[in-house]
Design a protein around this ligand. Structure first.
Ligand code: C5P
Length: 233
């Protein structure tokens, strides 16, 4: 294993993973892999090309040849995602795209095709990897593995608030049902199911505000990886 450190942050959506990972990447100036975005882009590309969600062969080929780029506009800003040179940053964030991603994510050959792409993010000075199987499959030798959980009810409420803030109308009951369905699919699939690695530190964020989660994780990071720059908060 190389000496370049990796921090993996796994867990279902709505647990605060994205916020934590952006904070860590900004603080440490490390690379950031948003693996969910890869599955989302693949789902979007499949839809654009009219590929069926159960056409494993076509999806594998699409995953092998996916023309995706992650562009950081400036330090601390959102990572822009491009598919075939076109910005799809916002388009891949919809609930529909998240659900479509989780429908194609169980296909073993698709996951295999995306593996090398994800591992290529492991570069100096370090990597923050956000996903479902970062600590279990993609980076099993990671320096620090965090697994975030939160009750389905709390996660639905957070998502609802996020959408409202963006001016997107949403229905809490519908969101809860979608989240429950996606959780079920992600955690019961036979390949790389959503679960904590045996050596992951599990944090339940249901009753914690995001600043507390950030503070707790920063402390864990400093303890595990000595000599890091001071935290921003
Ligand atoms: O994290 P995000 O909500 O963007 O992920 C979308 C979907 O992609 C997840 O519900 C999951 O099915 C899939 N995914 C995965 N493995 C990862 C990241 C995401 O299977 N490492």
């Amino acid at each position: 294993m190389s000496n370049i450190p990796i921090i993996t942050v796994d867990g279902p959506s709505g647990t605060g993973k994205g916020t934590i990972c952006s904070y860590l990447a900004e603080w440490l100036h490390w690379h950031f892999l948003d693996s969910g975005a890869l599955y989302r882009v693949l789902a979007l590309a499949a839809e654009k090309q009219g590929i069926d969600k159960d056409d494993d062969v076509a999806l594998e080929q699409l995953a092998e040849n996916l023309n995706v780029e992650f562009k950081v506009a400036e330090a601390g800003s959102l990572v822009n995602v491009l598919l075939d040179g076109e910005y799809v940053t916002e388009e891949i964030r919809t609930e529909t795209c998240g659900n479509a991603a989780s429908i194609i994510a169980p296909i073993a050959t698709v996951r295999k095709a995306l593996l090398a792409r994800q591992r290529a993010f492991h570069q100096t000075p370090g990597l923050i990897a956000d996903g479902r199987d970062m600590g279990t499959v993609v980076f099993p030798d990671a320096t620090l593995k965090i697994y975030l959980t939160a009750s389905a009810e709390e996660r639905a409420k957070r998502r609802y608030k996020q959408l409202k803030e963006k001016g997107i109308s949403a229905n809490l009951r519908g969101l809860s049902a979608d989240i429950a369905e996606r959780d079920e699919r992600d955690s019961t699939r036979s390949i790389s199911p959503l679960k904590p690695a045996e050596d992951a530190i599990v944090i339940d964020t249901s009753k914690l505000d995001i600043n507390t989660v950030v503070a707790n994780i920063s402390e864990l990071v400093c303890k595990r990886i000595p000599g890091l720059p001071k935290t921003g908060g």
